[in-house]
Write a protein that binds this ligand. Structure first.
Ligand SMILES: NC(=O)c1ccc[n+]([C@@H]2O[C@H](COP(=O)([O-])OP(=O)(O)OC[C@H]3O[C@@H](n4cnc5c(N)ncnc54)[C@H](OP(=O)(O)O)[C@@H]3O)[C@@H](O)[C@H]2O)c1
Length: 294
């Protein structure tokens, strides 16, 4: 029997590369969960085998809940790939939360918990980032200061101590990824019937992630950096990291740690993300904010 893999944010970048890599595997059915169905269908049309495209906007928790309530099939894997990074301050989501934190973490937990009954024996893959690590020189070179966890409630309100809108946006992204990388470990402990994996995909220049950045930075991201990238450490491509994701989804991996684009325990993981007290605070505060029991 075929195994269903649901990939969020599969319209471009890593998510689109993942569904293309999964398309090579005849034992999987792929579902693209996207906020723009037309763009999802455009990706699906490039695949060799039919793939379903379903609407899912992760910036609204009510939409996430409704989506999960309507999902009645068993899932082999949920890939929480969708992510957002802003270049400046932005208005809150419909729920009143800062969007980076809401999409990159709150929606991930809401969706995962709601789909867990369908995922027994299956896998959940979350996506981290080297930006969470204050000691990662590739990230600090680009102005990231690492994850700066305060509390889930404060991060949901968008609070950071960054002096400029640009620094605040970077802090929010890096912190959301610290929360993903640390918080996933706490989820893995709570729900042992499902395997939780975190992929640290490396720097993948050229994806849509920099779309809100000023023009010069966008040009650098989509052209210069893309070509210089192979010379830098920690750098991958969506295709390479997608292959790693498929390997992690299919290989004998356990719910321990964070894996890189070579399917090895990530050397970019900050020791602070391994702090069990931090991991548990993230989980408990997130469950409390979402109104679910822990
Ligand atoms: N690129 C990098 O260097 C890098 C490094 C480390 C980690 N990552 C992570 O890798 C993942 C994929 O990023 P990417 O680089 O491939 O970026 P991308 O090309 O911008 O792709 C992001 C995907 O997320 C979707 N998305 C954003 N907000 C959404 C929402 N509210 N609801 C549903 N979908 C939403 C986007 O949909 P639309 O097409 O509709 O906008 C898009 O499909 C993210 O989790 C990112 O944080 C990226």
């Amino acid at each position: 029997m075929k195994r269903t893999v649901l990939v969020t944010g599969a319209t471009q970048g890593l998510g689109a590369a993942m569904v293309r890599a999964l398309d090579e595997r005849t034992d999987f059915d792929v579902v693209l969960a996207v906020r723009d169905v037309g763009r999802g269908e455009a990706v699906a049309k490039t695949l060799r085998r039919p793939a379903r495209v379903v609407a899912l906007d992760l910036s609204s928790l009510e939409t996430v809940r409704r989506f999960a309530a309507g999902w009645n099939e068993p899932l082999y894997a949920l890939v929480n790939n969708a992510g957002v990074q802003h270049a400046t301050d932005t208005p809150p989501t419909v729920d009143g939360y800062e969007e980076t934190f809401a999409v990159n973490w709150l929606a991930v937990v809401e969706l995962t918990l709601a789909l867990l009954p369908r995922l027994e024996g299956g896998r959940v893959m979350n996506i981290g980032s080297g930006t969470h690590n204050p000691e990662n020189t590739t990230a600090t070179r680009f102005g990231y200061r690492g994850g700066r966890f305060t509390s889930v409630a404060a991060l949901a309100r968008g609070e950071t101590d960054g002096a400029t809108p640009s620094q605040r946006a970077k802090d929010r992204y890096a912190t959301s990824k610290l929360v993903v990388m640390a918080g996933t470990a706490a989820l893995a402990r709570r729900f042992p019937k499902t395997t939780f994996l975190t992929l640290d995909p490396g720097l993948m220049p050229g994806t849509g992630l920099a779309r809100g950045a000023p023009l010069v930075q966008r040009l650098a991201w989509s052209s210069v950096l893309k070509w210089v990238a192979p010379l830098l450490p920690d750098t991958s491509t969506p295709e390479r990291s997608a292959l790693a994701a498929v390997g992690l989804l299919t290989g004998a991996f356990t719910s321990v740690g964070v894996y890189d684009f070579e399917q090895q325990p990530s050397r970019r993981l900050w020791k602070g993300a391994l702090d069990v007290d931090l991991q548990e605070r993230i989980a408990q505060q997130t469950f409390s904010l979402l109104g679910v029991s822990s």
